[in-house]
Design a protein around this ligand. Structure first.
Ligand code: GLP
Length: 248
């Protein structure tokens, strides 16, 4: 379940190879995508590998995990903007192939329902990529979120707003709410890959390694997924118990 790589780049090269093979064997793959700094080298490596191998991306469908409420798609800190910049535009993926929840709709409850239905109508997710928050959140499912949740609105925790404040000019500009795919939908993906890199993720990874299944640690439910892989670099693995490193 836990796989340690020497560097974030080594994870990026490996994981993009996995994605490439998946799309080669099923050009209509449905990908669940994530945002955040952890994903940047992964998307960059994937785009390189896809271009050099002439991979056909025209039939894939993608669903992102989450979006801030109140940020328009063109806002530089919206997740739509992140995905266009780091993945969709450089990879030549059309807007008709991609879905993110809208943080600017009038009826947010209806948007949640429609997003869930859209994922189901696409046949579910073949693979879901995940980062992790320093408090163990996945998507924007904060500690305490029921494991049975589907796409919903969340009140962001102070911890998450502080962590994500580094992307905003002023930390007070970090939205207080977001819309996120639920834990049930993440768990319904056929495969899940969680990636954590950097020493600032060491504590949460040690906690994830040792904890039982606990709604206060949202990522812990992944231990029950049949096809879960957790890719971490040495810095993020630095606080894992020694026996864990030997076992890995
Ligand atoms: C945000 C996103 C998560 C992401 C997390 C970690 O809160 N909603 O999906 O996993 O940040 O981001 P980073 O990779 O920048 O540490």
């Amino acid at each position: 379940m836990f796989y340690i790589f020497p560097t974030p780049q080594a994870i990026a090269e490996h994981l993009s190879g996995v994605l490439l093979q998946k799309i080669q064997s099923n050009p209509k793959s449905v990908l669940g995508l994530a945002t955040g700094s952890t994903m940047e080298p992964i998307y960059a490596a994937f785009i390189n590998q896809a271009k050099s191998s002439g991979l056909n991306l025209s039939e894939i469908t993608t669903f992102n995990l989450d979006e801030y409420i109140g940020l328009a798609p063109e806002h530089p800190q919206s997740y739509y903007h992140f995905m266009q910049t780091h993945f969709f535009r450089p990879a030549g993926i059309c807007t008709s192939q991609v879905s993110l929840p809208s943080g600017m709709c009038n009826n947010i409850e209806e948007e949640c329902l429609l997003y869930s239905q859209k994922i189901q109508n696409a046949g579910g997710l073949d693979i879901q990529l995940l980062g992790i928050g320093t408090n163990g959140h996945i998507g924007f499912n904060e500690p305490g979120t029921p494991f049975s949740s589907v796409t919903h609105v969340v009140e962001l925790s102070e911890n998450t707003r502080r962590d994500n404040g580094r992307f905003f000019e002023d930390k007070n500009q970090v939205p207080t709410k977001a819309i996120t795919m639920g834990i049930k939908e993440i768990m319904s993906a056929k495969e899940v890959v969680l990636v954590a890199t950097g020493s600032h993720k060491a504590e949460v990874m040690a906690h994830l390694y040792t904890t039982g299944i606990d709604e206060q640690m949202p990522a812990s439910i992944l231990k029950e997924h049949r096809q879960i892989k957790i890719f971490i670099d040495e810095a993020a693995a630095s606080l894992l118990p020694m026996e864990a490193k030997l076992a890995i």
